[in-house]
Design a protein around this ligand. Structure first.
Ligand SMILES: N[C@@H](CCC(=O)N[C@@H](CS)C(=O)NCC(=O)O)C(=O)O
Length: 315
């Protein structure tokens, strides 16, 4: 399509949106210049804003280990804690880490210390203090690659196998926003249900699940015969979805159809490192499954929420 044809097509779409009788709300016509609404409702409305940068001074804590992770037990956070636990389980003692909780609902991702590590203000973010100068890494896919290269693990070095692994890793990074920010947002979090949006993103989410299901029908792991960072990136999103554990959407999306994804999801869930990794920075579910901060391997036994004393009553 030429540039002119493209602009004409876009102008026609905008024109028809302005005239559509079914806009939501019915009175809505996009103004010439967008401005943020006072509040648009929805689960994350209180932290959404149209600008970047720090909103307040807040230095980050630093623990005793070379690797300092600032995160939360969401699917993007779990990718990294699973990787760190896998590295430790494989004998890489240098992967010992402190995992600090970042409460995104309270806006802690906009504190000066966090923004210094991740200018994009999203968990997970990692600092590596093991070298002469500290290294910051943000974006979960970049963190997985950084750790895989640092320790020489879970990322094949042979060019074809490496290309396959990175292709699936980047597939996840590009695809998950349609699942989370698209389907999950409009199906579970938006303040009212918009059929157009739910249909659009359910369609794409099911297509993505079929991509993965076909791949896992022919291969034990996503990138081939070996378990890699591609599995670690994909499992917290699509593995959980296939088991009906994301957005309470199992029946709606008929996830039982994705039998190969479910087989793989179950196998990964049995791995001891995956079981530990999914507990770190977790703030929901069974208190025994929640380890808000992780500073030592013994924390899994000693410091889960069921083991910690309840806060003293205020008088
Ligand atoms: N592409 C990023 C996405 C990270 C992301 O979306 N993090 C969410 C939690 S899962 C977050 O921190 N949200 C806070 C906000 O949007 O203010 C990655 O994979 O690291």
């Amino acid at each position: 399509m030429t540039r002119d044809a493209r602009s004409a097509y876009a102008a026609e779409s905008v024109e028809s949106a302005h005239n559509a009788p079914m806009n939501e709300p019915a009175s809505y016509v996009p103004p010439a210049v967008w401005s943020p609404p006072p509040s648009n409702g929805g689960r994350f409305a209180n932290i959404n804003r149209p600008t970047a940068g720090a909103t307040h001074e807040r230095p980050l804590p630093v623990g005793k280990h070379p690797l300092q992770l600032y995160s939360l037990g969401t699917p993007n956070g779990v990718k990294v804690t699973v990787m760190l636990e896998e590295l430790l389980a494989a004998g890489h003692a240098g992967a010992e880490y402190d995992a600090w909780l970042v409460n995104i609902q309270e806006g802690e991702q906009f504190g000066s210390g966090f923004v210094g590590i991740n200018p994009n203000s999203k968990i997970p973010a990692l600092m590596d203090h093991s070298g002469a100068a500290p290294v910051r890494v943000f974006e979960s896919g970049a963190i997985l690659m950084y750790l895989a290269e640092k320790f020489g693990a879970f990322l094949p070095t042979e060019p074809a196998a490496r290309a396959e692994c990175l292709s699936w890793l980047f597939w996840q990074m590009g695809s998950a926003p349609f699942l989370g920010g698209g389907f999950g947002h409009f199906y579970a979090y938006a303040p009212h249900k918009i059929q157009y949006a739910i249909d659009r993103y359910a369609m794409e989410t099911k297509r993505q699940m079929d991509v993965l299901n076909r791949r896992l029908a022919e291969s034990p792991f996503v990138a081939g015969a070996a378990y890699t960072i591609a599995d670690m990136a994909i499992w917290p999103w699509y593995g959980q979805l296939a088991k009906g554990l994301l957005y309470e959407a199992g029946e709606f999306l008929q996830v039982h159809e994705y039998t190969h994804v479910r087989r793989w999801a179950d196998e990964l869930a049995q791995r001891p490192a995956v079981r530990r990794g999914r507990m770190v920075n977790r703030r929901f579910g069974d208190p025994a499954s929640q380890l808000h901060e992780r500073h030592d391997a013994s924390d899994f036994e000693l410091r889960t929420q069921d083991k910690l004393a309840p806060p003293a009553e205020k008088s």
